[in-house]
Design a protein around this ligand. Structure first.
Ligand code: UN1
Length: 536
C-alpha cells in the first residue's frame, strides 16, 4: 500500500473517518521509519512515519496513472459533489483536525482552526467549479465553422508540500487537481505526515476512489530521485511544490529537463511600508500578526518593516511594547505563537541567529535565541553588554524546556547588505529599516528579489496606488497584514518567490488543466485558414 504507514491511530477524527487510507496496492521499496514529534513536547511522538524510497514514488505515480482514466471519466459536477462532501467532512471534523495540526506542527489552536477553515473555503469554491469548468466558444474567421475551447485534466500531478500549513496548502492543490479530473501523488513533509494521513482519510471517506490520491512521505533525496524517475518514465504530468526557494530551484530544473513547468510557491521576504500618515497602532498590530503569527513561519510572513524616518522611533517603541506584552508558548493555549515546526527548522533559524549576533542593535526588551528555563515567567537575565539572551521570558505559558520555543526578535536598523534584510528566516524575527521618500521605500521593498506578498500602511490613496504599481509582489495589501490571503484570490509570486504560477480560485485551474481547442467545420469543403479567409 502506498501511503503514510503510521503506527496506531494518529488522529481522533470522528467515526465516519476510519479504516486504511486510500492509495493503490503496490509493493513499497526500501523504507526508513522516522518519528513525527510534537514540537511543543519533543518527547511525545505523534506518529511513526515510514518513508518511501525513489521506487515508492515511482510506484505511486504508476498507481495514480492507472486510476487516472476512470476518475477523469467521472462527470465534473459529480467530482464537484465529492469535493463538497470532503468540505463537509472537514467541517464536521474541524476541531479534531485543528487539534492534530496543533499537536503535530505546534500551530496555536486559533490559527490551526483558521487553517482548517481555509480547506472548507477552498472546497466551497471548487465544488461549484465542477458545474462550471467553463470552456469558450470562439468566432471563426471562416463561415460554417465553429471554434471551441475545453479544459482537460493533465493526468497525474505530483504535489510536494511543506508542514507550516500541513492541511490548508495541500488542499489548494488536491482539491482543484481532483476536481479537474487528475490523480495525485502527494509527498507531504515527514514531520506533518499524521496531518496528511488525516486528510487522505477524509478524502477517502468523501468518495475519492482508491488510487486517486497516493500519499508517500519521503525525504528530500528520495523525493528528487523518485521524481526524476517518474518524469523520465512519463508517469507525472505536472508538479506542484510549496516550500523553500532552494528546493524550488531543484524541482524547477528537474521539470524543465522534461519540458514541464511546475507550479512553484516558494519563499518570501515580505515588506511592510509604514508611511508618515499611517495609523501606527494598526500598523503595529499588522506587524505583530504578520511577523510573529505562526512563529514567522508563513511564506507570507512579514520580513522587514520599512518605516518612514519621521515615525520610526514611535513605531519601534510601540512594536517593542506589543511584542514584549505578548504571550507565547504552549500552542494549545491562547498564544501569539508556539514552537518552531520541527528540529530542522529550529536548526535553520539558529543559523540566522548566529549571523545576527554581534551584527545588530537589538531593541531594548528583545532577547535572542531559544527560550529555556523551568521558571518561565520570571524576568530576562541580561547578557554581556546588557544584551538580553536566552532564558526564560515573561509572558510564556507551558514548559519551555520541552519545546522548540524562540524569543521574538525585533532587529532595528537592518541595512540592504544584511543577511537579515535579504534572506527569508522562517522564524519570529522582524527587521526594521527607514526610508525618506516612497520611491526609496519601493526600491527597498523590491531589493531582496523575492516577490510574494507586501503591505503598505498609509492614509493616502496616491501612495497606496503608487506602491501597488511599483512593488514586485504577487500580493499587495493596503492597511493590512502581509499574511492571511483569502482562499479565492490569486496566490503566488515571481522572482525568488516562484515562477509566476498562481494558486487559488479560478487562477488555479490553469495549473491543473490543459487547454484544448476544437475547430469544427460544417461547410462541406476544405476551408484553409488565412488562405481562404477574405478580409475586406
Ligand atoms: C504559506 O505559508 O505557504 O496568506 C501559505 C496566508 C495563508 C497561506 C500561507 N493563508 O498567510
Amino acid at each position: 500500500r502506498v501511503g503514510a504507514r503510521i503506527a496506531g491511530r494518529a488522529h481522533d477524527l470522528c467515526a465516519t473517518v476510519g479504516g486504511p487510507a486510500g492509495g493503490a496496492e503496490v509493493e513499497p521499496a526500501a523504507v526508513r521509519v522516522v518519528a513525527s514529534t510534537d514540537p511543543a513536547r519533543l518527547d511525545e511522538v505523534v506518529a511513526e512515519v515510514e518513508l518511501g524510497g525513489p521506487e515508492t514514488i515511482l510506484a505511486a505515480a504508476v498507481a495514480a496513472r492507472s486510476a487516472a482514466r476512470e476518475w477523469a471519466a467521472v462527470p465534473a459536477p459529480v467530482r464537484g459533489s465529492v469535493i463538497g462532501s470532503f468540505g463537509r467532512l472537514v467541517a464536521d471534523n474541524a476541531d479534531a483536525l485543528a487539534r492534530l495540526v496543533t499537536r503535530e506542527v505546534g500551530k496555536p489552536a486559533a490559527e490551526a482552526r483558521g487553517e482548517v477553515q481555509e480547506i472548507i473555503d477552498t472546497c466551497e469554491f471548487f465544488r461549484g467549479e465542477g458545474r462550471r469548468l467553463y470552456g469558450q466558444t470562439v468566432p471563426s474567421e471562416m463561415p460554417d465553422r465553429e471554434l471551441f475551447t475545453f479544459r482537460e485534466p493533465l493526468g497525474v500531478m505530483m504535489v510536494i508540500t511543506a508542514g507550516n500549513f500541513p492541511v490548508a496548502v495541500p488542499s489548494w492543490y488536491l482539491v482543484p487537481a481532483l476536481l479537474a479530473g487528475n490523480t495525485v501523488v502527494w509527498k507531504p513533509a515527514e514531520y506533518a505526515a499524521a496531518c496528511a494521513q488525516a486528510m487522505l482519510d477524509l478524502l477517502t471517506a468523501a468518495g475519492v476512489p482508491a488510487g486517486a490520491v497516493n500519499l508517500v512521505p519521503a525525504d528530500g533525496r528520495a523525493t528528487s530521485l523518485g521524481l526524476e524517475r517518474a518524469l523520465a518514465a512519463g508517469a507525472v504530468d505536472k508538479v506542484g511544490f510549496t516550500g523553500s526557494t532552494e528546493v524550488g530551484r531543484v524541482i524547477g530544473a528537474l521539470c524543465g529537463r522534461h519540458l514541464q513547468s511546475p507550479c512553484l510557491e516558494l519563499g518570501g521576504k515580505n515588506p511592510m511600508v509604514v508611511a508618515p500618515d499611517a495609523d501606527l497602532d494598526a500598523a503595529v498590530s499588522a506587524a505583530v500578526f504578520g511577523g510573529f503569527g505562526t512563529a514567522g513561519q508563513r511564506c507570507t510572513s512579514l520580513g522587514t518593516a520599512i518605516v518612514h524616518e519621521s515615525v520610526h522611533a514611535a513605531f519601534v517603541r510601540r512594536l517593542d511594547a506589543a511584542v514584549s506584552a505578548a504571550v507565547i508558548g504552549d500552542p494549545t493555549g491562547d498564544v501569539l505563537y508556539g514552537p518552531l515546526l520541527d528540529a530542522r527548522f529550529a536548526a535553520g533559524f539558529e543559523r540566522h541567529l548566529t549571523l545576527l549576533r554581534d551584527h545588530h542593535r537589538l531593541s531594548g526588551s528583545t532577547a535572542l535565541g531559544r527560550i529555556t528555563g523551568a521558571t518561565a515567567g520570571s524576568a530576562q537575565p541580561p547578557g554581556p553588554g546588557g544584551l538580553p539572551r536566552n532564558g526564560p521570558r515573561r509572558g510564556f505559558v507551558g514548559d519551555p524546556d520541552r519545546g522548540l520555543y524562540y524569543h521574538p526578535l525585533i532587529v532595528d536598523g537592518v541595512r540592504p547588505d544584511d543577511e537579515l534584510f535579504r534572506e527569508e528566516t522562517f522564524g519570529p524575527i522582524v527587521g526594521v529599516t527607514t526610508y525618506r521618500d516612497l520611491d526609496e521605500a519601493i526600491e527597498l521593498a523590491n531589493l531582496p528579489g523575492y516577490g510574494l506578498s507586501s503591505s503598505i500602511y498609509t492614509a493616502d490613496a496616491a501612495s497606496a496606488l503608487r506602491f501597488r504599481r511599483g512593488v514586485r509582489a504577487g500580493m499587495v495589501s493596503v492597511n493590512g497584514s502581509t499574511t492571511g490571503a483569502e482562499a479565492h484570490l490569486p496566490f503566488g509570486g515571481n522572482g525568488r518567490s516562484g515562477n509566476g504560477s498562481r494558486q487559488s480560485g479560478v487562477w488555479m485551474l490553469d495549473q491543473v488543466t490543459r487547454w484544448q481547442s476544437l475547430s469544427w467545420d460544417y461547410s462541406g469543403r476544405l476551408q484553409r485558414a488565412q488562405l481562404d479567409t477574405v478580409v475586406p
